[in-house]
Design a protein around this ligand. Structure first.
Ligand code: ADP
Ligand code: MG
Length: 367
């Protein structure tokens, strides 16, 4: 059996008013994994979900499911279910009737519907809630009913569009764990849409980062966090220090008026680059031991760390996460390892990035 369950090939979507919401989207979804589509509002996330679900037609390109072209297939005939942001529950039906709805439409007999609904409610930890009215449920419980209503149909793929956005922070964290547990237990593919980078990082096997109707980067949470391919991804995923720089040669880069050893290569000498250093990779040391010396300007205590803003001799602002606080106005040294410096070429696409890394790491192994 093919591991790839969904493929989008060269998908473009132009809405009736002429707006192009998706530009040549290519992506592959494997069965049994948890994916996130992550991007700011308006980046095209819901448009992609609607095209996968069959609620919207692409202007160009093809949608494949299990290797078959389903671009023109009716939404109802796809083995795909969607959980919407507003849950879209039927307020006049109780929990049982909401969850049973899809099976009744399919004219399943009651002796099949009952155990299926019971299983689905058990999966979302709503045993004993079958006879409740929707209006009697909390937001989190309504969310669970919406998920039960989708999984009772045994879809091969579940699409979730900003499904946790309406919940408060605490409940949201709980539901993140639960959703992940449900996905593991069912073993089906989840495609989860969110604009919240932390949510995507903590839940996903793989993330597609979207901006402006284009996939900016795809990969595991760790890969995307550690090696953003461009400044959009670096800024959008986590906090970053991003500075203009210049490549000296392989393993050496200049920024903030200093030359530093780094771990990047395959970029031609003198090329202008951008350098990313994550705030948690900066260690505060005595000024004479620092690779850079900065002056602390502001400090916020965030519960588990301090967020410090500091300025170097060239007026670059530095964001530092540290478990220890500093005195404002204090001169502090910043220490970081060569591997903590991530060099990005300007406007490099993910294909070029991947090709460069592959070639470069290949060269390295030959030595
Ligand atoms: P996201 O889910 O990432 O917030 P959407 O996929 O909903 O983004 O929308 C992407 C872009 O397409 C937005 O700029 C939005 O305004 C536009 N858009 C969405 N639906 C329509 C429509 N029916 N007609 C015209 N433009 C639309
Ligand atoms: Mg949306």
């Amino acid at each position: 059996m093919d591991m790839d369950i969904i493929k989008l090939k060269h998908i473009t979507k132009q809405y009736d008013d002429g707006f192009v919401a998706l530009k040549d989207i290519n992506l592959t979804i494997e069965s049994g994994k948890f994916y996130s589509l992550l991007g700011p509002s308006g980046s095209g996330k819901s448009t992609i979900l609607r095209i996968i679900a069959g609620f919207s037609q692409p202007t160009e390109g093809k949608v494949y499911f299990d290797g078959k072209d389903i671009t023109d297939l009716d939404a109802a005939k796809r083995h795909i279910n969607t959980v919407f942001q507003n849950y879209a529950l039927f307020p006049h039906l109780n929990v049982f009737e909401n969850v049973a709805f899809g099976l009744k439409i399919k004219k399943k007999p009651m002796n099949e519907i009952k155990p299926a609904v019971k299983d689905a409610l058990h999966m979302v930890r709503l045993d004993g809630y079958a006879n409740r009215e929707i209006s009697e449920l909390s937001g989190g419980q309504q969310q669970r009913v919406a998920i039960a209503r989708a999984i009772v149909n045994e879809p091969k793929v579940l699409l979730l569009d900003e499904s946790l956005s309406a919940l408060d922070k605490r409940l949201r964290k709980d539901m993140q764990f639960e959703l992940r547990a449900i996905q593991k237990k069912l073993g089906i593919t989840f495609i989860f849409v969110t604009h919240d980078q932390e949510e995507a990082l903590s839940m996903s096997d793989e993330i597609f980062v979207l901006n402006d109707g284009k996939i900016q980067q795809s990969g595991s949470p760790v890969a995307i966090y550690d090696e953003p391919v461009n400044d959009f991804v670096a800024r959008f995923i986590g906090d970053s220090n991003i500075l203009p720089g210049r490549m000296i040669k392989d393993y050496e880069v200049e920024f903030a008026n200093n030359k530093f050893k780094c771990a990047d290569g395959g970029i031609k000498p003198n090329e202008k680059v951008e350098v990313v250093i994550r705030p948690e990779d900066l260690d505060i040391v005595d000024p004479e031991k620092g690779k850079l010396v900065v002056t602390a300007q502001t400090q916020l205590f965030l519960g588990d760390h301090f967020e410090i803003k500091a300025i170097d001799a060239n007026e670059n602002e530095w964001l530092i996460h540290s478990t220890n606080g500093v005195k404002l106005g204090q001169r502090i040294g910043l220490f970081f390892d060569p591997e903590d410096i991530h060099v990005m070429r300007l406007n490099e696409s993910q294909e070029d990035f991947d090709a460069r890394i592959e070639k470069y790491e290949g060269d390295e192994n030959e030595d």
